[in-house]
Design a protein around this ligand. Structure first.
Ligand code: ATP
Ligand code: MG
Length: 275
């Protein structure tokens, strides 16, 4: 099997605070992996490691057989890695830095040394596909969160990476744009792209991923398997705080119907009633 990533007992700490504890798994080419876990379980940290932004405190990570560490991810490997791997951050503000949307989408293709004509064509195709041509000359910081997210996704797609790492891809998107993203990801899957997404959206995970790993609240791996098996394991999902007591299933999907947080919390927060 053609492995894109292989992680072996990867741990990571921010100073004294542990974020990942001996997490091992692998991702094969064309695979689609969902990373599930409660807030603070380590999903974003794991994606940053897979994107070579930070390196494991212990354990190893390999990309296409090459070790990603401070000394390894330089020169030729770094260039090849950056060309092949695209990362959509959960906060689009972190990602956008050019004066206009057009420049943002042209930035990656220009690095690939395409001609000016090819770059323009590619940018216009992306703007068209995303239905954001009208935003082309706008500075990204003036856009709404969802518009920024679309531009961030488009900028990642602009270099045609074959591995896509996405942190909470549907966050901040309206229902129609979520469906659009969903269709796009489905299409990318048919093109044999490898997708890894961290998400709290179990329906998205069920529909798009073929595998899932679950991080628990001790930052270790609580499950790793076919998405349908992982989503069926109600006890494990409850324990890892991915669903809660009021959740139930429709078919294979576990839906969580949260009761209003204020129903119980306002008893403990009397100042909320002070007006
Ligand atoms: N820059 C940082 N400095 C210190 N601690 C951090 C930093 N970033 C994350 N952490 C801690 O590491 C742990 C894992 O955080 P991470 O952001 O990876 O979680 P997550 O699973 O992505 O959560 P969420 O669902 O809220 O996005 C948390 O305990 C968090 O507080
Ligand atoms: Mg996160």
């Amino acid at each position: 099997m053609d492995l894109v990533y292989r992680l072996d007992k990867v741990s990571y700490s921010y100073g004294a605070s542990k974020a990942l504890d001996e997490v091992s798994f692998s991702v094969s080419r064309g695979g689609s992996l969902a990373i599930l876990g409660s807030n603070g379980s380590g999903k974003s940290t794991l994606l940053k490691i897979m994107n070579g932004l930070i390196f494991p405190s212990a354990g190893t990570i390999e990309f296409a057989g090459a070790t990603l560490d401070e000394s390894g991810l330089t020169g030729g490997l770094l260039r090849c890695f950056r060309e092949r791997v695209g990362f959509v951050f959960s906060e689009p503000d972190v990602q956008l830095f050019c004066p206009t949307v057009f420049d943002e989408l042209a930035f990656g293709p220009l690095q690939l040394e395409l001609s000016e004509k090819e770059v323009k064509e590619r940018v216009h195709e992306l703007l068209d596909m995303l239905g954001i041509s009208a935003l082309s000359e706008r500075p990204p910081y003036t856009l709404s969160t969802g518009e920024k997210k679309k531009v961030a996704i488009a900028s990642v797609l602009s270099t045609n990476p074959d591995v896509l790492l996405m942190d909470e891809p549907t966050n901040g998107l309206d229902p129609r744009t979520q469906v659009w993203l969903f269709e796009l990801l489905r299409e990318l899957k048919t093109l044999e792209k490898t997708c890894v997404m961290a998400t709290h959206d179990l329906s998205l995970a069920e529909d798009l991923a073929d595998r899932a790993i679950v991080l628990d609240e001790t930052h270790g791996k609580a499950a790793d398997g076919a998405i349908s098996d992982v989503l069926r394991d109600r006890d494990m999902l409850l324990k890892a705080n991915i669903i809660h007591e009021h959740s139930h299933r429709h078919g294979h999907v576990v839906h969580s119907h949260t009761h209003s947080p204020f129903a119980s919390h306002d008893e403990h927060l009397p100042f909320l009633k002070e007006r």
